[in-house]
Design a protein around this ligand. Sequence first.
Ligand SMILES: [Zn+2]
Length: 276
Amino acid sequence: MRIVHNISKRVDEADRELLKLLAMKADDSEFVTIRIDEADPRWPEVARWVAEQNPVDIYWTEFTNEEVAAARWVRLFTDWMHGYPQPEDDYAELTYGATGCGKCAVGRVQRAPFRLKGEPRWGRRGIFQLFWVYSEFFVRPEVWKEVFRPLGVEARPVLNRKGTQELRTVVQLVANEQVSVATADLLHAICPVCGERKYLPHRRGPFPSLLAEPGSHYVKTTQWFGDGGEAFQETVISNALMRALVAHAARGAKGWPVADADMKRVDPTVKAFGGT
Ligand SMILES: [Zn+2]
């Protein structure tokens, strides 16, 4: 596991001196982007600079294939964001009806199929997500039949842009269970309209541990995440499902290990539901 930062800043002479001292690449452009791992011996110095200068610092955690394979549960994500839900202006109303908060989007419930511009151009990939809709995953029908269906995961159809026709080469996966995660280490905001919490997307280290053992292989978190107008529930899948995806070589699927050290700890402030 390593924590990687992508830091961007408009640099002045002092910055340039520091970067030179640290033997980091800073060409003559006004704006530099540096990518650094927290295990790098230069990181403490860079971290001090980041704290002082407050540049744009996007960070995430990278796990080895072995770490992912060893995790009992992983948060599912993909390396392919394939466009936007359709029609872009009306998709929320068409897909979720009047459910969810109008301000923060927490509480949306899917009432109708998603629509796409057309059949996805899959190439050799097998799974994707849409921008704005980070809760949902879309796969080729054969990936669903061979990987997900044997483990009890259901699928629902996806429509064309006008909603008049089912697409033939894509289905949406369906989670029928929710699980709560430990929230002690997560930052959150409370919506002034609905009073619900929205957690900042988790980026450092293993994903927070589950408060109950899910009874199915593909579940959503009870908690909602997001840092803007969007809100989404993260998707957590079992080791068996992640292995099946890897074995099928369904390109695009990525797993972020879930911590399981304190699986039995129950946070009394969060009501767990679903599962067994
Ligand atoms: Zn709200």
